[in-house]
Design a protein around this ligand. Sequence first.
Ligand SMILES: NC(=O)C1=CN([C@@H]2O[C@H](COP(=O)(O)OP(=O)(O)OC[C@H]3O[C@@H](n4cnc5c(N)ncnc54)[C@H](OP(=O)(O)O)[C@@H]3O)[C@@H](O)[C@H]2O)C=CC1
Ligand SMILES: O=C(O)C1=N[C@H](C(=O)O)C[C@H](O)C1
Length: 259
Amino acid sequence: MIKILVAGYSGSMGNQVLQLIDRTPEFKLVGVFALNATEKDRKRLDLAEDVKIFDSLAQISTDADVWIDFTAPSAVFENVKFALEHGIHPVVGTTGLTDAQVEVLQALATTKNVGGLIASNFGMSAVLLMKFAKEAAKYFPDVEIIEMHHDNKKDAPSGTALNTAKQIAKNRIPHVQGASDEQETLAHVRGGDYEGIKIHSVRLPGYVAHEQVLFGGPGEALTIRQDSFDRASFMNGVQLAVKKAPTLTQLFVGLENIL
Ligand SMILES: NC(=O)C1=CN([C@@H]2O[C@H](COP(=O)(O)OP(=O)(O)OC[C@H]3O[C@@H](n4cnc5c(N)ncnc54)[C@H](OP(=O)(O)O)[C@@H]3O)[C@@H](O)[C@H]2O)C=CC1
Ligand SMILES: O=C(O)C1=N[C@H](C(=O)O)C[C@H](O)C1
């Protein structure tokens, strides 16, 4: 039995995670955490009497084996630090951790001998998109990324888009794209820039999570696209990571690294 605490249980992803725990025989929910957590949620979400409800890190006392985190960029670093310091294996979907923060957490995980996973995307289509984009960048160094999300998303660019750019940058010959005398006549119209790779973020109601990577070469183009139409699509990856997390002694980044 794997005992689980869910941070961000009242959010869109937290809701999916509670359903996942419910339908997975070897998972047991022992605690939930959110900033505006309330005892009223026990009835509303049909939480068992022995599930502890927390509204601050300072309050948390738990025997959880795994900490699932789908909270907010502003909270995730302290949450994961707390989990590692208390011997709880983190499975983190929350985006927004900086490279420096990830390094700190990885060092802490190694010191504490408590492993886990940080994944900007638990969907197989996105994992494969990043893999294929990294490969294509060897042959198509001119590339731009467009990510499209629901209009409640707090961070831009998406963690997946940023990670895609990082993967591409590993294989792409660094160079300036576009006309050398290009000028923006409307501020920021060319998008964000990660090591010369432009990222464009779209936020619209109706969308869930989608990404296109556009490669252009002389007389040809390659477009790689993935679509997450439903948040349930992330749950296979989360389930796999939770099963694996208690056996890990280091903090991995990217679902592909524990598959
Ligand atoms: N890796 C992946 O595959 C995926 C990652 N994500 C990422 O997961 C994160 C959450 O997304 P989503 O569920 O849509 O977001 P929501 O806004 O729907 O939910 C956020 C949850 O986090 C809680 N929360 C917010 N701030 C804090 C805090 N300071 N301390 C504790 N709890 C807090 C909220 O509770 P309250 O309302 O009480 O503040 C709520 O329960 C985002 O970073 C998103 O990018 C999303 C989808 C897939
Ligand atoms: O906020 C979301 O919805 C998502 N966030 C993650 C990201 O920022 O990449 C993963 C997926 O795109 C959904």
